[in-house]
Ligand binder design. Structure first.
Ligand code: ADP
Length: 243
């Protein structure tokens, strides 16, 4: 049987007296699209930061392709070697740079020859359908187009994983659903593994087959998202299904 691409083994994360994650276990296979669902403060972003290697767990282990990449208070594989692209809610686009320069800036750590970096940036823009906006500044394009720039910046790095931390929360339902569908299609073509953080389980079904539901730093339930929604056990999904 093929091994998990990513695995959390009994992961805990404490910030001084605050427990953000408590004995979290889950695994993801290559090409899987997983939603991490839960209310504010339940530990979703902390999970992503630990996956990305931006922080170390306080206890437990994180594995990539069967190898331990983080353990208690130690990061063994740094973020730039994990093959991860991230898109956050705060898109962190530089307002004074053009769209293509924002994407190029994302590639600056890769030490690519200039022509190669430009080629990759242009390909990523075209993949995200915004090549025509290459020389515009972020302030002159729509919210949905800005999301595409952030996505292009992440994809230009040719990641194996895409971490999406509620990146579409500021968008209208139609634009958001369209983007989620498009990214799913792109990801399927490239066998990209995706983790989508969301507080909206129904929105998450557009992109993700499976989900884990967090509450107060613990996994409350996990499995196929549509099945979880049919017979919710966690407070979060129960409340959602009542409406
Ligand atoms: P979510 O993304 O689900 O809203 P977070 O992962 O951001 O939740 O936070 C989980 C818990 O950990 C919260 O109680 C939050 O206040 C706490 N927390 C997160 N980051 C820090 C930090 N750097 N310092 C102290 N507490 C933190």
């Amino acid at each position: 049987m093929q091994g998990a691409q990513f695995e959390f083994r009994h992961v805990c994360k404490n910030y001084e007296s605050q427990t953000a994650l408590n004995d979290v276990c889950f695994r993801m296979m290559c090409g899987e699209h997983l939603a991490i669902i839960g209310p504010s403060g339940c530990g979703k972003s902390t999970t992503l930061r630990l996956l990305a290697g931006l922080e170390a767990p306080s206890a437990g282990e994180i594995l990539m392709d069967g190898n331990v990449v983080s353990e208690a208070n130690r990061i063994l594989k740094p973020p730039h070697l994990r093959g991860i692209g991230m898109v956050f809610q705060d898109l962190a686009l530089w307002p004074n740079l053009t769209v293509i320069d924002n994407v190029l800036l994302g590639l600056s750590g890769e030490r690519l020859p200039k022509y190669e970096a430009r080629k990759r940036a242009t390909q990523a823009l075209s993949l995200c359908g915004i090549q025509a906006l290459a020389f515009r500044k972020p302030g002159t394009i729509s919210g949905g187009e800005q999301q595409r720039v952030a996505l292009a910046r992440a994809l230009a790095m040719r990641p194996n994983f895409l971490l999406l931390d509620e990146p579409f929360s500021g968008l209208d339902l139609v634009t958001k659903t369209k983007l989620l569908r498009e990214i799913s299609g792109l990801a399927a073509d490239r066998k990209l593994t995706i983790i989508l953080v969301s507080h909206d389980p129904v929105e998450a079904t557009v992109m993700c087959r499976s989900a884990i539901v967090l509450a107060e730093g613990r996994v409350e339930e996990s499995g196929v998202l549509t099945e979880l929604l049919k017979a919710p056990r966690s407070e979060m999904l129960k409340v959602f299904c009542e409406y």
